[in-house]
Design a protein around this ligand. Sequence first.
Ligand code: EPU
Length: 417
Amino acid sequence: MAKIVIDGGYKLNGVVSISGSKNAALPCIAATLLTSQPCILENVPEISDVEVMFGIIQSIGGKVERLAKNKYKIQTQKISSSSLPRDLVRKLRASILFLGPLLAKKGQVKMAHPGGCILGKRPIGTHFEALEALGVKFQQNRLFYTGRVKRLKGAKMFLDEVSVTATENALMAASLASGKTIIKPAACEPSVINLAQMLKKMGAKIKNEGTHTIEVEGVTTLSGCQHKINADEIETGTWAIAAAITKGQITIKNAPLENLDAILYKLGQIGVRYKIENSNLLILPSNNLKASRIQIDTWPRLPTDLQPQLTVLVTQAGGDSLIHDWLYEKRLLYTQELVKMGAQIILFDPHRALVHGPTQLSGREIKSPDLRAGMAYILAGLCAQGQTIVGKVENIERGYEEIEEKLQKLGAKIKRV
Ligand code: EPU
């Protein structure tokens, strides 16, 4: 298992370019199954979650061709099986995104409970409810879920959770259902909008994406398309924080400026100095970071996927910061390792913690429990005294492209072993 070794205390300086967003890319890859024609996806991040999604497509008869770096042609002329390989499905929760397309194209699907990190193993009831509303009958035994439907039928559905991927599944299925579907309350995250834009290029009739009420008028076939995955707002926030905690100055290129409102608002409140110049985001040296309340919520508020990184930021800010993240059951447990690095954090319960800053962190050896907490440990290592070794880097590589190359280019003393 790979580890990342960081010698902390060096200012980051230079230019970094933002990759395509993992969470925008994964549903678009699944959506290619909705047509037998080729789809060309650009700005696809070359990360392990994307590889697993490609592996699943190939296992059911699809072809994936790398046309250039970050550019792929995907075509599934004939779906050879509606049963998804258990070993790949267990690798990531986003494999659930194949439910909608397979039911729409084949009328059936068989898959194991999707896996991923501890956060990814949570229930998937909202996905089932959304697809059941369109006429799917699900059964489950100890090993598999199976779903069947003759033809999906549009319906008005109410989602118990404003779930991002359940909204995406509903959107993909409804695009090929007969009649009209109303998805409510739909998630509004940029990845949902990005998927809707791709589906529209394929011929889907979708209205009001980006709001809590999405309307879809089903069509009988969808065609191929060329589509660019949007840049990753979470990666942007992560590098901005990396610069701020090392008091560095960096230029972030290809940042999705339209999707950064909540993140830039919070960074500004904490005292991270930034400006936007020629469509680049410049992070200026920040010397006076101040505590702030980190209230996580669904879009357009602060995203949970940036919460661990923001927590590291406020360990360097003067005063008491309350972190409140209600989304995942065990989301804040990673803070225990930050405490061992010297952070002053009181964990009230798995959803609320108080961080007292600023504190000088010191390096240690830690294992990354999941993607975002793992990245938070790398950030902590960048501003810690001494050496930090972050293990289980595989968890972090699921969502960040070229982590050590990008950080090395910014002057971080970081290597992979
Ligand atoms: N939740 C609620 N009520 C809601 C909305 C969400 O309780 O109204 C809870 C869910 O029960 C769950 C959590 O919030 O525990 C996340 O829910 P959601 O179903 O929206 O998550 P997801 O669709 O499975 C996507 C991203 C995650 C990201 C979440 C939340 C993809 C492939 N995954 O997951 O990304 O954390 O939305 O924004 O898009 C990551 O990139 O690190 C990651 C885990």
